[in-house]
Design a protein around this ligand. Structure first.
Ligand code: TNX
Length: 505
């Protein structure tokens, strides 16, 4: 009853019992994983698992010759043996072990003894990139809530948190050199509630200090999740322009964005603006060790550039054809910058327009289109399809579903998602699909309770599409999900229920 579904699962006779006397013995390579498991289980068993040598009842984490994220879990009445080739594999095995326990094991209260059925599990993920995009720019999410979300990602064996840190409506990361980015850019006046233009009547804001970010990154790393920062350029930048008007194209002052949709305000293409953002990235790279760094690149309206003498000068000076090539030139400045620091640029599929540096990775959001084009052009791709895995879309046609956002995307729709676009099947370019990311965009999601409702249980369905094999068996998924929901409930996740009141109006 494991979610996401493991590669092989075979039930055996009998059960292993975990109580206060159970020992946890780990190869030194798995010290951190053992510490994590101890920490999760001690409130449940009413005391720490014994760190002692093997006794009558032992959980053993053993280093073995297995691929990086793979594990083998063998539970017999006398022992739990978890084999892995790396700490990541051991961590995923430990997550599976927790799911073999009753749901009470997910409550921070005594429930020992815990029974674990005898099984043999062999498991490893299908894709290396199993991500979730969290938009903390449109509505801020507190640090504590981000840490909680990281734990929920880890429960589902996801391994990349793409943090959308900046947008028209908010700048969420402290940059020491440019304090106004957060002093001004992190707060906005009342903002739009829905697409119809009605306002919510309250200001909104918040940001992470650099210490907060370090904590988020470290907390995620312990759970084998890498955090990919996104500073969205050159569009989606009104909050930055509000803080530092010299970055924009207009002479009139701008406030932080308060309405949704694609904004017209974009960065200008002056040397000083490029230098400003390189300075921003200097601090970002210091905080995020991820080899991948996202510079956005999506939805950049070119109207302000068309009207700007300085953009026209840049186009002529660089020998470019038009504003599309100017956007490409702009992104290229950051590709060079990142490559020079040993990082790889990630950008939305619009960065393909006008030519792209070979090492750049494309996060494709416009259905499968960008993914196919990017893979065929030799770029690594992360499929973030907005027709398949956008968890901000409503979950049914019911009238009392939260504010309608675009189309309906049901749990079944998400479960049917295939990260490798049909057009690439049988094409060697399919190798470029590193994996996928579901998207929690938050224009209309203004609290963690609401995030819970939108993300769960669809995120569990998404996790299967990136962890488990390409086969889909909806009935099988449904029966495992029925066992999984009590775990979410025990954790305190307010997931969407099939029936009952919909709490978000
Ligand atoms: C498109 S995904 C966007 C986001 C919105 C999202 C809403 C992408 C690169 N751009 O800015 O939040 O749709 O579903």
């Amino acid at each position: 009853m494991i979610v996401p579904k493991p590669l092989q699962y075979e039930a055996g006779p009998g059960r292993f019992v975990i109580d206060r006397g159970t020992a946890l013995v780990a190869d030194p390579a798995f010290g951190e994983v053992a510490a994590w498991l101890r920490g999760e289980l001690s409130p449940v068993t009413g005391g720490e698992l014994l760190p002692s040598s093997p006794g009558p009842s032992t959980i053993r984490l053993a280093l073995d010759d297995l691929p990086p994220e793979a594990y083998r879990l063998i539970v017999t009445p006398g022992e739990v043996a978890l084999h892995a080739g790396s700490a990541a594999g051991a961590f995923y095995g430990a997550q599976t072990l927790r799911q073999l326990m009753p749901p009470e094991a997910f409550r921070r209260a005594g429930a020992a003894p815990l029974e674990v059925p005898a099984v043999q599990v062999r498991d490893s993920p299908r894709f290396a990139w199993r991500g979730a995009i969290l938009d903390v720019a449109r509505h801020f999410m507190t640090k504590a809530d981000v840490l909680r979300f990281i734990d929920l990602m880890a429960l589902h064996k996801l391994n990349v948190l793409h943090l959308h840190l900046t947008d028209d409506q908010g700048w969420r990361i402290e940059i020491k050199r440019y304090p106004r980015l957060t002093e001004i850019g992190s707060w906005r006046e009342e903002s739009q509630v829905g697409w119809m233009g009605e306002m919510d009547g309250r200001p909104h804001g918040g940001f992470y200090t650099q210490d907060d970010i370090r904590e988020i990154v470290a907390y995620a790393a312990r759970r084998h999740i890498s955090v990919v920062p996104e500073i969205d350029l050159p569009g989606h930048t009104q909050s930055a322009i509000a803080a530092y008007p010299e970055l924009g194209n207009l002479d009139i002052p701008l406030g932080v964005g308060t309405t949704w949709g694609v904004g017209f305000n974009v960065l200008n293409v002056e040397d000083s603006t490029i230098a400003f953002f390189k300075n921003v990235f200097d601090e970002v790279l210091e905080l995020f060790p991820s080899p991948y760094v996202c510079v956005g690149g999506d939805e950049c309206p070119k109207d302000q550039w068309r009207a700007s003498p300085s953009a026209r000068r840049r186009i002529a000076g660089e020998g470019l054809r038009d504003e599309d090539e100017l956007q490409s030139w702009f992104i290229h400045q950051f590709d060079e910058y990142l490559a020079g620091r040993g990082r790889r640029l990630v950008g939305w599929d619009e960065i393909l327009e006008g030519g792209l540096a070979p090492g750049a990775v494309v996060a494709s959001w416009r259905a499968d289109l960008g993914a196919v084009a990017a893979a065929r052009a030799g770029h690594d791709v992360i499929n973030c399809s907005n027709t398949a895995v956008y968890l901000d879309y409503r979950q049914s046609h019911l009238e009392d579903e939260p504010l309608p956002f675009r189309t309906v995307l049901t749990l079944e729709d998400v479960y049917a998602f295939e990260p490798v676009p049909a057009e690439l099947r049988g094409d060697p370019a399919a190798e470029h699909v590193l994996g996928a990311q579901c998207g929690i965009w938050t224009e209309l999601i203004d609290s963690t309770r609401h995030v819970d409702y939108m993300a769960f249980p669809r995120l569990a369905a998404f996790a299967e599409t990136v962890w488990s094999g390409p086969e889909r068996d909806l009935d099988d998924f449904r029966s495992r999900l029925a066992a999984h929901l009590p775990r979410l409930e025990a954790i305190g996740v307010e997931y969407r229920r099939e029936s009952g009141p919909l709490p978000w109006q």
